[in-house]
Design a protein around this ligand. Structure first.
Ligand code: FES
Ligand code: FE2
Length: 362
């Protein structure tokens, strides 16, 4: 119960510490929202596949003969052996247990001695598919077969992202940085979704990349759109090509609940995606993109600077919050919701909590 109903309060600690609530999140919120799988350049050829785990499920994406990318539960429809591991290429999906063989599009092709089984409708057997969408080369899945398309969730994002990153079709991952964090995934996502802490904790970012005075975050459907101008050219930690569109802007499209596209001044695309591991551990993946995935010296320096400054600083913050949320001495405090928004406002956290309550039926 809020002590003052005009105020917005942080979520109660149990939402970050309760194993039961974490289980409910996997079955509710995370089973009905769009979650990142991989970049389509990781499976460029027919038969390429990539396995990954989400919400206790092993899944794999695979490119069919028709060029389409599909996602399947990684489980054989005979007696439940897992089908593939890691990443690779295959002409058909062959189960290691009894060699039932599936087409790349999921239908059962054959199996040893299947012809001897009377009344078996082979065509009725196919791998269980998960709804999949290619969002500008980024593959997302949704466990809810009735989920509306990502454009409905994140209106206008595809178009604006394309304007900020005109070469997005040429981009491939140059580097993935894996960051384990000892905290609940929401602690990490909330930390990413406000810049109230930036000037105090992120000197390199606030002085060498962005101008905090113009920073704002606004909802756009279920996207949180961060916008600001870049810092003075003289202060920038790298040289920005000012001839590209939106060169002097910094923007982030946070795709609720576990992904963000981030565009640094000069149109440098990098991404965040979060993988909840258990109630108080998550992994954050930073993706850095270059044309054709080729080595780029400027990006390489940015990766190092980001890892040594913003990422390291944020780990300290979120892990401290992770410990604090387990303290009996913590009572949820009021969010700093400034009606005029801006860098020192936490209205963005208020939006996250609204979406969280919706997704969890609270
Ligand atoms: S479990 Fe896959 S062929 Fe038997
Ligand atoms: Fe931060």
């Amino acid at each position: 119960m809020n002590p003052n109903s005009d105020l917005h309060y942080a979520l109660e600690a149990k939402y970050y510490t309760s194993k039961e609530i974490f289980e409910k999140e996997k079955n509710n919120l995370l089973s009905t929202t769009w979650l990142f799988a991989c970049h389509d350049s990781e499976i460029p050829n027919v038969g390429d596949y990539f396995t990954f785990d989400l919400c206790d499920e092993s899944l794999f994406v695979i490119r069919g003969k028709d060029g389409h990318i599909r996602t399947f539960y990684n489980v054989c429809q005979h007696r439940a052996h897992q089908l593939v591991q890691g990443k690779g290429n295959c002409r058909a999906i062959i189960c290691p247990y009894h060699a039932w063989t599936y087409e790349l599009e999921g239908n059962l092709r054959s199996g040893p001695n299947l012809a001897s089984v009377q009344n078996l409708e082979r065509r009725s057997i196919r791998l269980q598919e998960v709804k999949t969408e290619n969002f500008k080369g980024f593959i997302f899945i949704n466990f809810d077969n009735n989920a509306i398309a990502m454009d409905g969730w994140f209106p206008g994002v595809k178009t604006t992202l394309g304007e900020f990153v005109p070469n997005i079709n040429l981009l491939k991952p140059m580097e993935w940085v894996e960051i384990p964090e000892k905290c609940n995934w929401k602690t990490s996502v909330e930390n990413h979704s406000e810049c109230y802490h930036c000037q105090i904790n992120h000197k390199a970012f606030s002085e060498g990349v962005i101008d905090p005075s113009t920073y704002d975050i606004q909802p756009q459907g279920y996207c949180l759109r961060h916008t600001t101008q870049m810092n003075d050219c003289a202060n920038m930690s790298y040289n920005v090509d000012l001839s590209v569109p939106h060169a002097k802007e910094y923007t982030t499209f946070f795709i609720w609940p576990l992904f963000a596209f981030q565009v640094y001044p000069g149109n440098f695309l990098n991404t965040y995606h979060w993988r909840p591991e258990d109630v108080d551990h998550c992994t954050v993946w930073r993706g850095w993109f270059s044309e054709h995935g080729e080595h780029d010296e400027v990006i390489s320096k940015m990766v190092i600077q980001d890892r040594e400054t913003t990422v390291a600083e944020d780990i300290t913050l979120v892990e401290s919050v992770g410990r604090g949320l387990k303290s009996r001495g913590y009572k949820p405090g009021p969010l700093v919701v400034d009606p005029s928004c801006g860098v020192n406002s936490e209205h963005s956290i208020m939006h996250l909590h609204k979406w969280y309550r919706e997704g969890m039926d609270l």
